[in-house]
Design a protein around this ligand. Structure first.
Ligand SMILES: *Cc1c(COP(=O)(O)O)cnc(C)c1O
Length: 335
């Protein structure tokens, strides 16, 4: 991809498949819709963090680390994939999770435990504020910790999604077709920033639209500003001359009406439609909402009938099990 020699540790199975969602396309009566299956990256149930971790863990190993630390929400897919990467490489893994230990362990948290991660409950310190202290403790105990950034969203992590656009380009060349629009869930911004840089490097015409999952950025900056900054930092990190402008950040924030992890009627409809008509599991936090956005945008007539859409499935289905109380139907309803 570039002349830089970045240490990349293979963790997943690539390229991830692309196929058409023919039933969904017919149901909506609009453009053809395709899906890229990053839910099938293979790292303990897969997901988009696998691409970022190949570069981040590559650096950790190059630095001689024996321990990975990262942070996230209780149902973080990023934390689960980091725990799996650590396990597969014989590294210790510490996860700093927001909130308090729940009464029952389920979804990603269950998988974190099975993968052998050591879990630290951080209460209100939800974004890894406690990591420096933990890293210091581990160093004093003789370990060599490497901190994987929140959501894997640094220029090095986002490089995984620059590379992903090259992967997509090889696939569309082989298929003899191309897409007009890429849509996906955007949260810590690394996915979108990487795809934007890849698009410019390859001179593609894709409209790249992130569906915002959360209402705001880090408090000072909007998510759009964070994505722009990260995209430009990534372009610089890769020693390209590319500079992106604010107008190039296309972010639809119209679906983050209910908060992080609160399932809206649109989220539920999207999850059920994909499950019942395509046999594909979305997740309750990210891809359910992003697909709800795609469906609504198609219904609103945002796309021409001959355009081709690619929905980038970023994973997350293990979290479904932790949302049984909002997604499940009462057992008696079936009888
Ligand atoms: C982390 C995550 C995202 C968001 O990706 P960012 O690069 O953080 O914007 C989307 N979907 C799933 C399932 C995720 O785990």
């Amino acid at each position: 991809m570039t002349h830089l020699h970045l240490a990349r540790q293979p963790l997943g199975f690539f390229p991830t498949p692309i196929h058409e969602l023919t039933h969904l396309g017919k149901l909506l009566g609009g453009p053809r819709i395709f899906i890229k299956r990053d839910d099938l990256t293979g790292l303990a149930c897969g997901g988009n963090k696998t691409r970022k971790l190949e570069y981040l863990v590559g650096q950790a190993l190059a630095e001689g680390a024996d321990t990975l630390i990262t942070a996230g929400a209780m149902q973080s897919n990023h934390c689960r994939q980091t725990a799996a990467a650590a396990a597969s490489l014989g590294l210790e893994c510490h996860l700093v999770l927001g909130g308090a230990e729940p009464a029952t362990v389920n979804g990603n948290l269950l998988l974190d435990q099975l993968l052998g991660a050591k879990i630290h409950w951080a209460g209100d310190h939800r974004k890894g504020e406690d990591i420096p202290m933990l890293a210091e403790q581990l160093r004093r105990a003789g370990r060599r910790p490497y901190t994987v950034p929140y959501g894997g969203s640094t220029p090095l992590g986002a490089t995984g999604f620059v590379e992903a656009l090259y992967e997509l380009d090889r696939q569309t060349t082989a298929l003899g077709m191309d897409f007009d629009h890429l849509l996906f869930a955007s949260s810590s911004g690394g996915t979108q920033a990487g795809l934007m840089v890849g698009k410019r490097l390859l001179n593609k015409n894709y409209q790249i639209t992130g569906i915002a999952i959360d209402k705001v950025g880090d408090g000072q900056k909007s998510l759009g500003e964070l994505i722009l900054e990260l995209a430009n930092a990534t372009a610089q990190f890769l020693e390209t001359a590319i500079r992106l402008s604010p107008a190039e950040v296309q972010l639809d924030e119209g679906y983050a009406v209910s908060g992080y992890g609160e399932i809206s009627a649109g989220d539920r409809e999207a999850i059920q439609l994909l499950a019942r008509h395509e046999g594909i599991l979305l997740d309750p936090v990210y891809t359910g909402r992003a697909m709800a956005g795609l469906i609504d945008r198609v219904r609103k007539g945002c796309y021409g009938r001959d355009e081709k859409l690619l929905f980038w499935h970023t994973g997350g289905a293990p979290a479904l099990f932790a949302y049984a109380s909002s997604l499940g139907e009462p057992a008696t309803a079936a009888h």
